[in-house]
Design a protein around this ligand. Sequence first.
Ligand code: SAM
Length: 244
Amino acid sequence: SPGLYIVATPIGNLADLSPRAADILARADVLAVEDSRVTAKLLRHIGAKRPMMPYHDHNADQVRPGLIERLGTQAIALVSDAGTPLISDPGFKLVRDARAAGHAVTTIPGPCAAIAALTLAGLPTDRFLFMGFLPAKQGARAATIAEVAAVRTTLIFYESGPRLHAALTALAEGLGDRDAAVTREISKAYEEAVCAPLSMLAERYAETTPKGEIVIVIAPPGAAPPPDEEDVETLLRDALSRLP
Ligand code: SAM
């Protein structure tokens, strides 16, 4: 039926495409895509052929009104090159305008690099802050890092290989030497999660530029280990002994 379908696609391993996502991709009237070559590959994988329209940062404002108009009669699937649309990818304004125009909007959830990285890092997951990409320029990057230095949650950043060393160095400087993980090539053949303090990670990636796509996950500040059971008992006994 007509409406906007937000379709998550694999971040590496094509087998991660869900059956429902494949079904929508094969049946949508049109796919709004970041890069038609990338989505064409996915369509070949499921043996489907659908019309595609580019929807990316450079043309979104021009083509959005036309897409909204079509939503009255057509099923439009929004797909990114990889992962969940709208997450460091285009789409938020399309969803906003589709809702404002009263069209149906639904999502086909699936892979997202930030969440996958969080599950690999071995760091607290109860509260986290996703920060997308750090700014490329040194001043803006330091300012963004300073903004989150006091936030008491795990932090998640997207990064690229060539910028990894500079990012890790700036993060160690701005946040202190917290435990962190550099996760790479998630769901691909060379998936890797390197867990170490930020300064050691910065050192490790000083010489070599790692290939592939990267997520940095960083522990909250002063993440003290949880008290073990004996400590809890002592604390309780102390507290009880002080009761009047
Ligand atoms: N919308 C996507 C998602 O849901 O994850 C993210 C798109 S963003 C433009 C691309 C960034 O995601 C990369 O630079 C990298 O930081 C991260 N990423 C994507 N695929 C990845 C993978 N297989 N392993 C590690 N990081 C990945």
